[in-house]
Design a protein around this ligand. Structure first.
Ligand code: ADP
Ligand code: ASP
Ligand code: MG
Length: 402
């Protein structure tokens, strides 16, 4: 069997944990399996590197930022290989250059395009455990790129797909995927299974347990994923195309506090305005989420939308630079918002799910600023300070508790 095992930051945060992970990988190796390990930077090291950068320059170029952040993963893979050497197991650490992980050029948010598996195969044939840096890639200019925060999950799934691995295991600091972030909703329940589509929505809407692109890629290549704890042996959660357990009405609640709302006030109420506005942002790769347009009045209208807070400055600067072209009157940004979502394929055939969510928010006296829905999700924009309370209320209303 060929197994890809990915361990997140907490799982390799110190010497003891590194040895613990090494032992877990060695067990599979001794069973005769081929083992590829993908690691994140130790603990909060990526955050520390970001702080260091901002201490030197508040707006460092994305290229240099990627050059810096790739250090974190390179450090953990080398230390892990040393731990395995110490335990007398042959291991080799490889970075994105050595593996040839080709990505798009977009620094800080690159997409994996192609992985050359030859080097990894060769090392596996020599019966080595192969330890690969997560999160990083290389673009066509031979510069390091990174895949976005939490991107090591995507490295693991991409490797599993490219190597036709038999299993892809994502080890983290919780026991699996829960109906809500167990750190925010104490009575959240662990799921035994979840579909790719539901997990993709949850991940995109703030459930940071998996990088959303990793789920997208797992679905595309049919990679069965298991999310489980690196600290104990409990079973974890399987992410796959179809689930066998009876569907619940909704499978999870997600909260995203990294969203920011931008309101563009006083746009001319003529055709093509929305196109012009969002085209300017799209050309710079800025993702826009919940969008609300007011009804035109006196020849003008307003458009509000959310973006990730990491791109707020860039988005505002772009819109300000285009104020004449767009002809709007004012621009406001609100950081104190949160996006609360419920996700579940079960809601397709059940009317009244949205109403139930709104009722539970009303009972908690939580005001809703914007609403957006799809077949399998409902998202509302609320004040950030209400976020966790609202999340627990909605979670309770759908009886998701353990
Ligand atoms: P890693 O460093 O292992 O990649 P992350 O911090 O990226 O770990 O992801 C694990 C965290 O995701 C958990 O500690 C938990 O707080 C959070 N989380 C958010 N939503 C969920 C969810 N629905 N189920 C489980 N964990 C969740
Ligand atoms: N170290 C990176 C981050 O903190 C990638 C990851 O952990 O997946 O975002
Ligand atoms: Mg993660």
């Amino acid at each position: 069997m060929l197994i890809v095992k990915k361990f997140g930051g907490t799982s390799v945060a110190n010497k003891e944990r590194i040895f613990h992970v090494a032992e877990r990988c060695i067990q599979d190796y001794k069973n005769g399996d081929d083992v590829v390990v993908v690691l994140s930077a130790m603990g909060k090291y990526t955050d520390e590197l970001i702080d260091m950068a901002h201490d030197i320059n508040e707006r460092p170029s994305k290229r240099e930022m990627d050059m810096l952040l790739t250090i974190g993963e390179q450090m953990s893979v080398a230390l892990m290989a040393m731990a395995m050497e110490k335990l007398s197991i042959p291991a080799v650490s490889l970075n994105a250059f050595q593996v040839s992980m080709h990505t798009t050029s977009a620094h800080s948010n690159a997409r994996l395009k192609r992985i050359d598996t030859e080097r990894i195969r060769r090392e596996l044939e020599n019966r080595k455990i192969v330890i690969v840096t997560g999160f990083q890639g290389v673009n066509k200019y031979d510069d390091f790129t990174t895949l976005g925060r939490g991107g090591s999950d995507t490295t693991a799934v991409a490797l599993a797909a490219a190597l036709h691995a038999d299993a892809c295991e994502i080890y983290t600091d919780v026991d699996g995927i829960y109906t809500a972030d167990p750190r925010l909703v104490p009575n959240a329940k662990k799921l035994t299974e979840i579909t790719y589509d539901e997990m993709l929505d949850l991940a995109t809407l703030g459930a940071g347990v998996l990088h959303n692109r990793s789920v997208e890629m797992a679905k595309k290549y049919g990679v069965p994923l298991v999310v489980r704890s690196s600290l104990n042996d409990s079973e974890g959660t399987v992410v796959k195309e179809e689930v066998s357990v009876e569907r619940m009405l909704i499978s999870g609640v997600a909260l995203d506090t990294d969203a920011v709302r931008i309101a563009v006030i006083g746009l001319k109420d003529v055709p093509g305005m929305a196109f012009r506005l969002f085209d300017i942002l799209a050309k710079k790769n800025i993702n826009v989420d919940v969008i609300l347009q007011s009804i035109g009045r006196n020849g003008t209208k307003d458009i509000s939308f959310t973006v990730a807070d990491t791109v707020l400055d860039e988005a505002v600067a772009l819109l300000e630079a285009n104020q004449n072209r767009l002809g709007y009157k004012e621009l406001h940004a609100d950081r104190n918002i949160a996006k609360l979502s419920i996700v579940g394929a079960g809601m397709m055939s059940n009317p009244g799910v949205a109403a139930k969510m709104f009722e539970s928010l009303y009972n908690e006296n939580v005001n809703i600023n914007m609403i957006s829905t799809s077949e399998i999700r409902v998202t509302v924009l609320i004040n950030e300070k209400d976020g966790v309370r609202a999340m627990n209320a909605v979670h309770d209303a759908f009886n998701l508790a353990d």
